[in-house]
Design a binder for this molecule. Structure first.
Ligand SMILES: Cc1cc2nc3c(=O)[nH]c(=O)nc-3n(C[C@H](O)[C@H](O)[C@H](O)COP(=O)(O)OP(=O)(O)OC[C@H]3O[C@@H](n4cnc5c(N)ncnc54)[C@H](O)[C@@H]3O)c2cc1C
Length: 303
């Protein structure tokens, strides 16, 4: 893709970029081919950058910490816009409000809130990724979802305009929200309630410990590969279908938690996708349930 005019424009404005950036460096699976151009803007640079991408007809993908994505082996044509540099937070303890930038790691946001004696997010302890990624996918754990704590979200849309959207208009549902196509979440306002920092921190530690026991948190995965079907656990269905330990190339169904597919080292996106298809087929054969992917597949695929 012709990215030279974009590169020249970014250079003039001091927007950090890299050409042909291997995305496996930026994903939890350690899988993913190159992005034609990787962009690392700060919040104030995003509106003009989005307008420029649009005027040059360069497609773009937003990437947080890459903990819920499967990037194809061929990589991403066009631009990948990283949110690493969207950093910062503000507390209003009296009103139970925290404003946090989308690139802040979710676990850092939990710590900031806990230190200030603001509770409500502890169930999300141990969920990797950024605050923006958590909002986009309505991340949830131990009975808490982002929708329970988000008051409003600032989104820069494809026309470069920044708008504050109330949570009620975010269309939050199970592991999804209605962030418009090419919308970039830049800031999130959380609504929390008071509790003692000590109690909040101890709940966080407790949830984290539970996660470590039941999930392969230190392995290279993208979290749960499949959504839980209504009233059922995808992990249990996969386990009952006898899939634990199944492999495609260097990708394995975790023996600890069957809904996690792990890259044992040097695995490919094609193998990851193939193993997902094999697991789905086995679950369907055994119990007639069609599993839906939870991880997002992005980039250029051969078929
Ligand atoms: C070990 C492990 C455990 C996990 N446990 C859980 C769990 O318990 N519960 C759970 O819900 N998830 C879990 N996940 C999945 C993942 O951590 C979450 O979905 C996380 O919120 C994704 O954040 P991210 O920054 O990594 O997003 P990415 O993976 O970078 O992106 C995910 C999607 O969000 C979009 N996006 C990211 N940032 C923005 C932004 N600023 N604006 C607009 N769109 C954006 C991307 O375009 C992409 O479509 C787990 C993952 C791992 C590896």
């Amino acid at each position: 893709m012709q990215c030279e005019p974009l590169i020249a424009w970014c250079r003039e404005r001091g927007i950090a970029y890299r050409r042909d950036e291997p995305l496996r460096r930026h994903t939890y699976t350690a899988i993913g081919g190159p992005a034609d151009v990787a962009l690392f803007p700060e919040t104030g640079q995003i509106p003009a950058l989005v307008q420029m991408l649009r005027s040059l007809s360069i497609p773009y993908l937003v990437l947080g910490k890459g903990s819920n994505l499967l990037v194809s082996d061929r990589g991403v044509r066009g631009a990948v816009l990283f949110t690493h540099r969207l950093r910062g937070s503000e507390l209003n303890v009296r009103e139970g409000r925290v404003r946090v930038s989308a690139g802040v790691p979710l676990q850092q946001a939990l710590r900031i809130a806990a230190d200030a004696g603001l509770a409500g997010m502890e169930g999300l302890a141990g969920v990797p990724g950024t605050v923006g990624g958590a909002v986009a996918g309505n991340a949830g754990s131990f009975g808490v979802e982002m929708k329970d704590v988000v008051a409003s979200v600032t989104i820069v849309s494809a026309d470069g305009a920044a708008r504050e959207i109330p949570a009620s208009a975010m269309g939050f549902h199970y592991r999804a929200s209605l962030v418009p196509d090419h919308g970039i979440i830049t800031d999130v306002r959380l609504s929390l309630h008071p509790d003692s920092p000590r109690t909040i921190h101890s709940r966080i530690l407790e949830y984290r410990a539970q996660k470590r026991l039941s999930q392969p948190v230190a392995s290279r995965s993208a979290g749960c590969a499949f959504k839980n079907p209504e009233g059922m656990s995808a992990g249990r269905l996969i386990d009952e279908a006898g899939c634990k330990g199944m492999r495609a190339g260097a990708i394995e169904v975790s023996p600890l938690h069957a809904n996690f597919l792990i890259n044992l080292g040097g695995g490919s996106a094609n193998d990851y996708r193939m193993l997902m298809a094999q697991v789905s087929a086995k679950v369907y054969q055994r119990c007639g349930v069609v599993l839906q992917p939870e991880i997002r597949m992005v980039g250029e695929w051969s078929s």
